[in-house]
Design a protein around this ligand. Structure first.
Ligand code: GLU
Length: 310
């Protein structure tokens, strides 16, 4: 009974892609009667409009998705991440990095750049105390990195199969002192007892980093299932610019939450076109081995969830 979670960033209303991922994550947990949690990943956001927590939670409820316990906000859990960062520092696994994004891009374009594609070239790995003092005196800000792994990190994704990723030196704390995504997410997944992380497959590449951090922190990581994204008409990840993409947009067009749920279920092979379904029905039908393997392409301009079957 692997417990699961949905971990949105509260940047605005949930769109069809977020909702589809939430539905799949919920189905993985609930078809097994396992627990399911809602966690807001709001750490790296300069300012979160307070209503986004509530409206995102409302969107999930409207589709019939529920969760156990209180909604969790990462911004309330800083002590947990700071503790993990401290442990890595005390173990001598970290170093301060003064490189700007531009410097890293330039260094990686150099002919003898790093072997990890787009990875950090290790510029600050061997700085002396003097080098650091010089940079601090220049007022340069630093992030904190953990040394990457020499060996590729391998795992078996429940949907994608075997994955191996080379991990470069991972940022665990950003320039402004905020714990970085990869650090916070693995600390939380383990602290919350999450056994199966279900999320969109654009995060597949981040998973080896999270597993690397888990190993260094001596944490037992969850299992993973990365599910296909929903793409807009141009083939890029579905976004606001594509039109009526959020649940709120669809409701404003006169569609009902049930119609949106039916559409999402249909896209997962769990319902006939326009078939009225409840999450309870879907939970009984759900078969994790029969998930679609390709991304779903949606054109919000032509999508009409009220249209009757011809
Ligand atoms: N917060 C991420 C997002 O909204 C998801 C991260 C995760 O599930 O690990 O895309």
């Amino acid at each position: 009974m692997p417990s699961g979670r949905f971990a949105p960033s509260p940047t605005g209303r949930l769109h069809l892609g977020n909702l589809r991922t939430a539905l799949v994550a919920w189905l993985f947990a609930r078809h097994d009667e396992a627990s399911f949690m809602l966690r807001f990943e709001d750490l790296d956001m300069a300012s979160v409009r307070a209503e986004h927590y509530r409206t995102q939670a409302d969107d999930l409820r409207r589709l019939g998705l529920d969760w156990d316990g209180d909604m969790v906000r990462q911004s309330d859990r800083r002590a947990l991440y700071d503790d993990a960062i401290g442990r890595l520092q005390r173990a001598g696994l970290t170093y301060r990095c003064y490189c700007s994004r531009r410097e890293i891009q330039e260094a990686t374009r150099a002919p003898n750049g790093p072997s990890v594609e787009g990875g950090y070239p290790g510029t600050c790995r061997a700085l002396t105390d003097g080098d650091r003092a010089e940079r601090e005196a220049q007022g340069r800000r630093s992030s904190l990195r953990v040394r990457g792994s020499d060996e590729p990190i391998e795992f078996v994704d429940l949907r994608c199969g075997p994955v191996a990723g080379v991990v470069d030196d991972v940022v665990i704390q950003r320039f402004d002192g905020t714990p970085a995504y990869n650090l916070a997410v693995i600390v939380d997944d383990v602290a919350q007892g999450i056994e199966l992380v279900v999320r969109a497959d654009d995060l597949l590449d981040s998973t080896p980093r999270q597993l690397h951090l888990a190993r260094l922190l001596d944490l037992t990581p969850p299992a993973y299932a990365h599910v296909p994204l929903v793409l807009g008409p141009t083939g890029a990840r579905l976004a606001k610019r594509d039109g009526a993409v959020t649940l709120a947009d669809r409701l404003a067009l006169g569609e009902s939450p049930a119609e949106v749920l039916s559409f999402l279920a249909g896209s997962l092979g769990l319902a006939e076109e326009r078939e009225p379904v409840s999450v309870e029905t879907l939970r009984n039908r759900f078969d994790p081995t029969r998930l679609p393997t390709a991304a779903l392409i949606v054109d919000p301009e032509t999508l009409d969830l009220r249209r009757h079957r011809s």
